[in-house]
Design a protein around this ligand. Sequence first.
Ligand code: SF4
Length: 522
Amino acid sequence: MLVRMRPSLPDLCSLSQPSPLHSLSSPLSSSVLKGIEDAKAKGVKGSALDAAALKLASEHLGSASPAAAGAPNPAAAAARADAVSHFVLRLAYSRSEDLRRWFLALEADLFRARFRAMLPASQAAFISAHGLPFAPVPPGDWAAVRPGLAALTEAAGVGGPAAARRAAADIAGGATPPAAFYKVPFEAVPDLVATRRALLVGGSAFVSRADAASLVAGEFRAGLARGLLGAARTWGAMHQGGGGGGGSAAATAATPAGARAARGRGAAAAPPSQDEADRLAPVVASLAGRYLGADYGAEAGGAPGGPITAADIPALSSSSFPLCMQAMLSGLTADHHLKHKGRLQLGLFLKGAGLPLEEAMRFWRTHFGPKCGGDDFDKRYAYSIRFNYGREGRRADYTPYSCVKIITTPVDAGDCAGCPYKTLVSAALAAALSKAHVPPAAAAAAAAKAAAGHFQLACAAAWEGAHPGHELESAGVSHPNQYYDESRRARAADAEGAAAAAGGMGVVEGGKGGGVKVEAAK
Ligand code: SF4
C-alpha cells in the first residue's frame, strides 16, 4: 500500500515548528487517534495494531471520507482535509503536557503503521526526500556485509526458526542487496548496536527495514514534540502580546475575555492576528477536550435500570460508580460541602445516571443540610442545580463530563474533583481502590497503569477487577457514565445468573443498589 503524502500548508505550518517529516503524519481527525487508543487498550499491538490504524485512517481520511465526497479530485480533497486536521489537532493538543503526551504517542503509532505499509521503494524515496541518514545498502558493500546480515536475520528468528533460516539462506545466496536493509551511521543507532540488532562494518551500521521504520518514527516523534512545544508557545504569545508561556498562557486565553484580560495585564501592541486568535480561542480550547462517544445527557435515552432516587445513591456508589465519583461522594458526605467543580462533575454524572431534578434537589439539600440548610441552601445552590438540568439560564441540556475533560481540567489543592488515577499519590490510590473493593491483583495493575500516566486504562483495569467474569463492552473507559452503565448491565447479568442458578426466579430490571430486583417467578 502506498501512503499518501500531504500537500504543503505553509499558513498552518507557521503555527508550529515545521518539520517536513510531518507530511506523513496526518491524523485527519481525532476519531482515528481515539480508535488507535481503543485498540491499544484492548491489547492490540504489533502488526495487528498497524492494520487497525491503517483501517481507521482509510475509513476516516480516505478518498471515501465525508471531506472528499463529491470533490472533483477526491484523493486530493482527502489529503487536504487530512493535513488541515493534523495541524488543527496539533494546535489543540499542544496546550498541556498531558494533551501533548496523548497526541504524540498516538500520532507516532499512526506514523509507524503508515511507514511500514509503504513499498520499499516508497520508503527509500521518503527517507531520501526528508534527508534522513539512512540509505539502501550500496552494491559495493554487499559482499562484505552479506554473511553478517544472513546471521543477523537467522538470529532475529522472525516468523519462527524455519522461516528465519530460509530468509537467511536467501540473503547469503543473493547476488545483489535486497531492499530489506539500510545502511546508517553507527552513532545514529546505539540501541540497535548494543542489542546486536545491527551489523557494524567500517563505521556504518546495517539495520533491517523493520528497525529502520522505528528509527524513522523516532525522528518523526522528536520533530512533532518540538512542533507541539512551538505551537504552545506561539499560541500563548498570540494571546499575551508576545509573552509566550505555553499551556498556562493558552489556558488563560481559553476565552476571548480571558485573552483580552491577559493583554490588558501588560501586553504591548497586539499582533495583527489578534482578532483571529480571539475568535479561534474557544474552538481550540474545546477541541482537545472533545469527547467522541455518547453524551449521556438527559436526552440520551436513560441509563440501564431506569431513573434512580437520592436514597439509591450510596448503594449504587459502592456497586457501580467509578472511583472519581466515589471520591466526590465520600468528600461530600464527610464535609457536607463540595467545591464548584466537584458539584458540576458529580451533579451532571448523577443526572446522566438517571437522577431526576426533584431527587437531585433532595440529594444536595440532604448533604449540604448540616452546614447550609433551608433558605440559605435555596439562595446559594438551588439555582445552579436547576441550571444543570436546563431549567435556568440558557436552558441547555448540559451533559456529564467525559474522562478527557475531567482529566485535563486543573484541580485546586484540597478539591476532591478530578480523576483519582491522576490526582492521588500511590498510597492514597491503593487505599481508595481497596475501599472500592477492587481485588488486590486488579488494584496493583490499575496502580501501575496510573503511575505510567495511563489513567483511563487504570480505570478499565479496576472496572474489570470489580466485575469478575465481565469485560468492558467498549475497549476502555472514556466516560464516567459509560463506566456506570456497563457496571449496571454487568450487575444485572450477575443477578440474572444467580436467579437462574437458584431456580425458578425472575429478574425485574430497575432495582437499585446493584441493578436488579429478583422476584419469584409467577
Ligand atoms: S478514568 Fe474517567 S471514569 Fe475513571 S476515575 Fe478517571 S475520570 Fe473517572
